[in-house]
Design a protein around this ligand. Sequence first.
Ligand code: UDP
Ligand code: MG
Length: 328
Amino acid sequence: MTELKSSPELAIVVPLYGEAANLPNFLKTLIPFVESVCKDYRVILVDDGSTDETWLTITDQSRYYPKITGIRLSRNFGKECALCAGLEHTHAQAAITMDGDLQHPPELIPEMVNIWRSGQAKVIEAVKRERGIESPLNRFGARIFYTVFRIFSGVKLDGMSDFKLLDRQVVEAWLGMKERSLFYRGMINWVGFPRAQIDFDVPIRISGGSRWSLLGLIRLALNSVTAFSSAPLHLSTITGLGFFIFAVFLGLQTLYMKFSGKAVSGFTTVILLLLIFGSLTLSSLGIIGHYLARIYEEVKGRPRYIISETFSQPRSGESRIEKPQMAE
Ligand code: UDP
Ligand code: MG
């Protein structure tokens, strides 16, 4: 791993899941932009357990682009873990993280690097001006997620993408965060440091559809909110208190009715109370259960990802396949 961890000026970290068809075109577009601004760079391609020819394409492309490092994960661990694998395998002074489907335009790279070199910022973020062509369901889902996330965690992530340049200091700070469940965008926001933003329009995916399933997105949204905020846990306390006040009034009224001899059967009230408290108790249990599961995941202390092979062209020009290793 030590040899693989080279220290160029710039590292481009790209998570790839089933991107074999996109990869040659992606690299052809990316490399000239990178080389126009930096000669000492490395492209770290992380194959996130793709079932197509992605790994083969990575090794194949490295014949044309010797500055490629390939990391192959043992299965699909998700984009956040793939990004982590890439970032842990570089000592570069700055790292750029981006998608491998050309939805993050490489044209922005020279500007990002120039802002970083000028010392104005340690995090340069590409912010989506337009969300590109998306289904109304995705757009609606994203809006709900960002609103809920903002309400619970106080962090505004609207328009943020994973296309970012991070200074070495920021990468180190991020790697120092040891939680197992990752939410890259939120965590980079959390670490602070001076930041600059560049706007961009999301182009259409060059080939294939989004690699996220609806269930995967819902899971990510749930995990992100609970990773960044314990507010949902307090929600049941607050609603509980609200209903306690309501219950005091209702209790007083019931007693008054009873003692004044006007008590009716009260069937509706009983049913309503039963329904309200039943659903409140169950949803509170659900929230607590979710946090418990998250604690369980963290306590198990499993690695964030497992590497099955790595590939990099050493400076001599000879390729090298390394033995499997585990993340710490
Ligand atoms: N990706 C990944 N693992 C996954 C899902 C996606 O490494 O489990 C990669 C994917 O290959 C792409 C990037 O993450 O390079 C963004 O994925 P996608 O384009 O599907 O996401 P979207 O653009 O819809 O947010
Ligand atoms: Mg995409």
